[in-house]
Design a protein around this ligand. Structure first.
Ligand code: PMP
Length: 353
């Protein structure tokens, strides 16, 4: 028997959102915060054209995609680093700071990959409990030690959907030592409508230890192709580019992401519809008697405590997959209007039990 690292004995592993099928064959997947819409024809065409070249390795530096991202965000191309999904970029970030004794701070509950990636990298997790559903930035600042090498701030937070306003985040960043990397995980940035919720790109510019993590998986609808990126000052971006697995961003992912940026207006119209549906879903849930924290992401959070798994099972029985966190609550993605209607009906029925 090979000898494995002992950390594998205690690592839970990532539990992905699963699809379920209802009695009538209905299957609404509201468990992974994906875009409800299929790819745009222009993106499908770019993939079809790209498919003719897949006997060759992809461009290892993903030059066209890097330049397209840099142009869109008005940052230098040297500030862009890529990964096969932003979760892989996060793994690359861990690879740049992992050393015996290193600590990473993040709120909990937050994105489930943080503890997993920390364990994999041999970095000690320091989890700071949420204050209600929000980041407790004071407690996170107090948790900094001379072993802290990185801090994740998930804004909006997965799974609670809550977000951090500019003044609070600025005050927090001012308390972080310059040799600690702060990663603003903005996977859901395109869904933010509250103008007080700070755009990390406005903060990283004059803060060399702050970087911004984004993805093509949500608003851009490319979850299946795996493209994420980091915007960071040159030393951080260069370190990430150094640790990336060679050829990690495949050719089809590169061309699809470039085509998506070219079709951004159309994609952002879809995001507007999700945002409208988010308001409708939240308001309807509140009218049904649920407490739903304000959300700036493409999902809502229901704190259900010990009823969480029952709720998920009741939704599954209707062919609706939600994301339960046992004993805590359920996260439900905003889907297409008919999917949301089905979820709202299931939620109403559960309350009436
Ligand atoms: N960050 C957050 C906060 C997320 O919720 C997710 C996906 N659930 C990711 C990063 C990773 O997304 P991807 O790897 O698809 O880019």
């Amino acid at each position: 028997m090979p000898r494995f690292r002992s950390i594998l004995d205690t690592m839970p592993g990532y539990v992905p959102g699963k699809a379920v099928v209802g009695p009538d064959g209905r299957s609404f997947k509201l468990s992974s915060n994906e875009s409800p819409d299929g790819p745009l024809p222009s993106v499908v065409q770019a993939i079809a054209e790209g498919a003719t070249q897949i006997n060759r390795y992809p461009d290892p530096a993903a030059v066209r995609l890097t330049e397209a991202i840099a142009a869109k965000l008005e940052v230098p191309a040297e500030h862009v680093a890529l990964g096969a999904g932003s979760v892989t970029v996060a793994q690359e970030l861990f690879a740049t700071i992992a050393e015996p004794g290193a600590e990473v701070i993040y709120a909990w509950r937050s994105f489930e990959a943080y503890p997993l990636l920390a364990d994999l990298a041999g970095v000690t997790s320091v989890r700071v409990p949420l204050d209600g559903e929000d980041h407790d930035l004071d407690a996170m600042a107090e948790a900094i030690t001379d072993r802290t090498r990185m801090i994740f701030v998930c804004n909006p937070n997965n799974p609670t959907g809550t977000s951090i306003r500019r003044d609070k985040l600025v005050a927090f960043l001012d308390r972080v030592p310059q040799d600690v990397l702060v990663v603003l995980d903005e996977a859901y940035r395109e869904y933010v409508r509250d103008e007080e919720v700070v755009d990390g790109l406005t903060l990283y510019r004059d803060r060399p230890n702050v970087c911004v993590l984004r993805t093509f998986s949500k608003a851009y609808g490319l979850a299946g192709l795996r493209v994420g990126y980091l915007i960071a000052h040159e030393p951080v971006a260069a370190a990430v580019r150094k640790v990336i697995v060679p050829f990690a961003i495949n050719h089809l992912a590169q061309v699809a992401a470039v085509a998506s940026l070219a079709a951004e207006d159309e994609l952002l119209e879809r995001v507007d519809l999700v945002v409208k549906e988010r308001s409708r879903v939240r308001e309807t849930l509140i009218a049904q008697g649920w407490e739903v924290p304000p959300t700036e992401a493409n999902f809502v959070w229901l704190r259900l405590g010990d009823r969480t798994l029952d709720f998920a099972a009741a939704c599954a029985a209707e062919g609706i997959a939600v994301r339960p966190f046992a004993g805590e609550g359920a996260r439900v993605s905003i889907g297409a209007p008919a999917e949301n209607d089905a979820f709202l009906a299931a939620a109403a029925a559960f309350r009436a039990r």
